[in-house]
Design a protein around this ligand. Structure first.
Ligand code: 13P
Ligand code: SF4
Length: 303
């Protein structure tokens, strides 16, 4: 047996003993995705967390995702195998700045991308993910929307609505690295390929894309498309599922592969230790969770 197979078997034994479920984001290491019970995008993972009957949720992802799981399932124990797996974009918002923006735009609806802190969610009217942001903003009442923290997702959403979008100037350092020059060159080299990019990419990259999709949107699109070759503008972890689920199709990174360092912190050893020692448990103040849950449940109710 390989070391990976031994660790995976140990994780599954501990999972069953703890009555746990393992959720993994599409950017996790391939072996962590393979060990998980369910791998998905932020929206799918939030839905799973909200509906699971497991006693323990082990969240292989980053902090805001585990916090979202805890807020949606407060009676469950939620474990994040690596406490240092944060999302730099989620840390780019601050409560004082958001309150100032709200005061400057009274009556504006606040839409928080799930890649945000629990405090920011609690101060917001509705949450969105990359998979539902366009649809939810279109359906919101009111003509002004404060959108945070991602300026690129905000600009993508703004293309599909007449509402005034007031963006927060945050961004994802991984997706910012994809350039329009990468897109032009990839299309020149592979004119037959479909260029799929994540809406966290810059607007000039989105302009050149054939499809702008969340990570699970890419998986669905690639499975249903008649094309044989795809250029992928998002974090490299998604390539594992794209290739595994679509044998016979080819998936190339847009330019050099781009890596989210905190998504890659979680190793199988961390997942095993998390289950063995019941660490690291996500705890949040109940009043904060209650306020943040309102924005998250509003998002889920739009589905
Ligand atoms: P998805 O919801 O599309 O999986 O994106 C999450 C994320 O962190 C993108 O950087
Ligand atoms: Fe955050 Fe970007 Fe990593 Fe996604 S890829 S978790 S937005 S830093």
């Amino acid at each position: 047996m390989t070391e990976t197979a031994v660790l995976t078997a140990e994780i599954r034994r501990l999972r069953d003993a703890r009555r746990a479920v393992l959720l993994a984001h599409n950017y996790q290491r391939p072996e962590v995705q393979d060990a998980a019970d369910f791998t998905g995008d932020s929206l799918e993972l939030a839905r799973r967390a909200a509906t699971t009957d497991a006693e323990v949720i082990v969240f292989c992802g980053v902090t805001f995702m585990a916090e979202t799981a805890k807020i949606l399932s407060p009676e469950r124990t939620v474990l994040l195998p690596r406490m240092d797996a944060s999302c730099p974009m989620a840390e780019m918002t601050d409560l004082a700045g958001l309150r100032k923006l709200k005061a400057e735009h009274p009556g504006a609806v606040v839409a928080a991308y799930v890649n945000s802190t629990a405090e920011v969610k609690a101060e917001s009217d509705v949450c969105v993910t990359s998979a539902n942001a366009v649809r939810i903003v279109q359906r919101l009442e009111g003509d002004t929307v404060i959108f945070l923290p991602d300026r690129n997702l905000a600009s993508w959403v703004a293309r599909f609505t007449d509402k005034k979008i007031i963006p927060w100037p945050g961004f994802c350092y991984v997706h910012e690295q994809f350039t329009a020059a990468d897109a032009v060159e990839a299309k020149r080299l592979h004119p037959d390929a479909v260029l799929m990019v994540h809406p966290e990419c810059r607007a000039d990259v989105a302009d050149l894309a054939d499809e702008v999709l969340s990570t699970s949107g890419m998986l669905k699109f690639a499975a249903e498309s008649g094309s044989r070759r795809f250029i992928v503008g998002t974090e490299q972890g998604i390539l594992h599922r794209l290739k595994k689920e679509n044998p016979g199709k080819e998936f190339l990174s847009l330019g050099p592969v781009r890596t989210c360092l905190t998504m890659k912190k979680t190793r199988l050893e961390d997942v095993r230790d998390s289950l063995k020692h019941m660490r690291h448990e996500i705890t949040l103040p109940v009043p904060l969770m209650n306020r943040a849950r309102t924005a998250l449940e509003r998002m889920l109710s739009y589905a």
